[in-house]
Design a protein around this ligand. Structure first.
Ligand SMILES: *[C@@H]1O[C@H](CO)[C@@H](O)[C@H](O)[C@H]1NC(C)=O
Ligand SMILES: *[C@@H]1O[C@H](CO)[C@@H](O)[C@H](O)[C@H]1NC(C)=O
Ligand SMILES: *[C@@H]1O[C@H](CO)[C@@H](O)[C@H](O)[C@H]1NC(C)=O
Ligand SMILES: *[C@@H]1O[C@H](CO)[C@@H](O)[C@H](O)[C@H]1NC(C)=O
Ligand SMILES: *[C@@H]1O[C@H](CO)[C@@H](O)[C@H](O)[C@H]1NC(C)=O
Ligand SMILES: *[C@@H]1O[C@H](CO)[C@@H](O)[C@H](O)[C@H]1NC(C)=O
Length: 467
């Protein structure tokens, strides 16, 4: 279907670049996946939700930057470990009540009130509420679900329980029964079908996952299920986290699970995900390599038919992988922004490479069926000193005489915004603290000759080509 040839070229001076060549299918291949209106989404740790929304200036601006691209405020999932530590208290006026021994501590027990849910109702995008199953008090969870249903016109889904495989004595079979039971009882209590986000495990399929749950679901449960969610933190160092072939191989475990959900007519999402579990790794998650990973991972997951990826945001002041916080931006925001820009108003996506090298090539198709954008990613590491490697991506199939592109770049794979080295996307940055886009938007222009164009992408860079 497409030509794929890799050839080593001798380039003057010290740099040796190789070329990958692809012909861009004029229409989306039948293997292309269908895109959600806004696949790049955000997860916010339950107890931090009010702080992010009321006490972090960057939050609303960072989210509105995506809305400006896609026309849709990013979907939010409120949940995480502390959703199973949180009891609903209908009579508290506080958003959330807890105490911790340090400013960056995580509460072991908390309560939240109606205003917590009102804050979710006020958000302009889709919201998934992660409610408690860990305390095994469905009466309390149903109270919160009822209030959510009554106030939130943006209520997209409800989770009951987070990563239940880690609860004492848990087995997959017993948990599946409980998930089915809670889905029916919550769905009936709020008289709503298509509402439950099931799964929510981090332990991999097939032991924990959509296929395993679907096998236990009868005709009473199925109508209440909206989505299946899995959590994913692939991990790695500044070299291996972003390597495209590793991103592809690590995701192989989800293929059958996504297919099972799709066959059952339900969406599959990565409902909580980010680079490294446990808030991120200080040596990896804040670095620019994590931005390259975020871009490639988000695009690759959507080619597998995952509908949305909710990148997790945890404790303020102790969150290595966060896109933003009170004071500085996280480099990975740039990868998320580029991914959102690449897929904005797209209807289909396909990966053209075989997933076996460090060089990724995606094509996003628009609603007319024609190619809208190409995304070219070089996931090689660059230390910041010495010669920077590069890869030439030759694409054929253009019908214009030139094409424009935006480049995602930074000084090194290890660049960190909090160390004063910001990435840029199309020449622009996002300001610390405010998340306001600064600088002049810059497009590069590449000449097309006989329908072909060569794009040079340096190590740890990406190019979004606009057809
Ligand atoms: C709001 O942020 C400040 C730091 O900017 C912090 O000291 C304070 O505790 C925060 N308040 C809440 C309610 O999160
Ligand atoms: C369960 O939740 C209900 C409703 O909030 C509450 O009245 C009850 O005390 C809770 N049960 C336990 C054991 O905490
Ligand atoms: C489906 O299973 C639930 C228990 O999870 C049970 O209450 C219900 O009666 C079953 N429905 C059918 C149609 O068998
Ligand atoms: C790519 O790297 C080379 C070698 O370091 C450098 O001269 C060039 O400016 C870089 N290109 C871009 C577009 O950043
Ligand atoms: C962002 O804040 C960090 C940490 O305070 C600082 O090192 C960096 O220079 C700032 N970046 C900009 C563009 O002001
Ligand atoms: C792309 O690069 C190849 C190899 O250097 C060259 O033969 C070809 O003419 C270039 N094509 C365009 C459109 O610049």
């Amino acid at each position: 279907m497409l030509s794929h040839l890799v050839s080593a070229l001798a380039i003057p001076a010290l740099v040796s670049a190789a070329t990958v060549t692809y012909s861009v299918p004029a229409a989306a291949p039948t293997t292309a996946a269908t895109l959600d209106v806004a696949p790049v989404a955000i997860s916010i740790e339950f107890f931090t939700w009010p702080s992010y929304m009321t006490n972090v200036t960057a939050t609303t601006q960072c989210l509105s930057n995506f809305e400006a691209l896609t026309g849709e405020w990013p979907a939010i999932r409120i949940g995480g470990t502390t959703q199973d530590r949180a009891d609903y208290n209908p009579s508290t006026s506080a958003y959330v009540v807890y105490s911790t021994s340090s400013a960056t501590g995580v509460p072991t027990i908390l309560t939240y009130g109606p205003s917590f849910i009102d804050l979710a109702a006020a958000y302009k995008g889709r919201v998934t509420m992660g409610l408690n199953r860990g305390h095994n008090n469905i009466t309390n969870t149903i109270l919160a679900a009822k209030y959510s249903k009554s106030k939130m016109t943006n209520l997209y889904a409800i989770e009951a329980g987070n990563e239940p495989e880690y609860w004492s004595g848990a087995t997959a079979a017993a948990d599946a029964q409980a998930q089915d039971d809670w889905a029916i009882r919550i769905g009936q209590a709020i008289s709503t079908t298509d509402i439950m986000e099931e799964g929510n495990s981090l332990s991999p399929p097939p032991t924990w996952g959509a296929a395993e749950l679907i096998a236990t679901e009868n005709s009473t449960v199925t109508p209440y299920v909206k989505t299946f969610s899995h959590h994913a933190y692939p991990g790695g160092d500044t070299t291996t986290l972003m390597e495209h072939s590793l991103t592809v191989s690590k995701m192989a475990v989800f293929k059958a699970d996504i297919a099972a959900a799709t066959t059952a007519g339900k969406q599959y999402v990565f409902g909580e995900t980010n680079s490294v579990s446990g808030g991120g790794a200080a040596s990896v998650s804040p670095t620019y390599s994590s931005a390259i990973w975020t871009l490639d991972y988000a695009l690759y997951a959507t080619t597998l038919n995952a509908k949305r990826l909710y990148f997790h945001h945890g404790t303020l002041g102790a969150c290595e992988y966060c896109w933003f916080g009170r004071y500085t931006m996280g480099a990975s925001y740039y990868g998320a922004y580029a991914a959102s820009a690449a897929m904005a108003s797209g209807s289909k996506i396909v990966m053209l490479d075989a997933g076996t090298t460090n060089y990724a090539t995606y094509i996003v198709y628009g609603s007319t069926g024609a190619p809208l954008r190409a995304v070219l990613i070089n996931t090689d590491f660059y230390s910041g000193s010495g010669t920077r490697g590069s890869e030439v991506f030759k694409l054929t199939g253009f019908s214009t005489t030139s094409v424009k592109a935006k480049r995602l770049t930074a000084a090194a794979s290890t660049s960190r915004v909090d160390e004063g080295a910001s990435p840029t996307f199309g020449g622009q940055e996002f300001e610390n603290g405010s998340c306001v886009k600064t600088g002049t938007e810059a497009y590069e222009t590449t000449t097309v000759s006989s329908g072909a164009a060569n794009f040079t992408v340096n190590a740890s860079e990406a190019l979004i080509v606009y057809f």
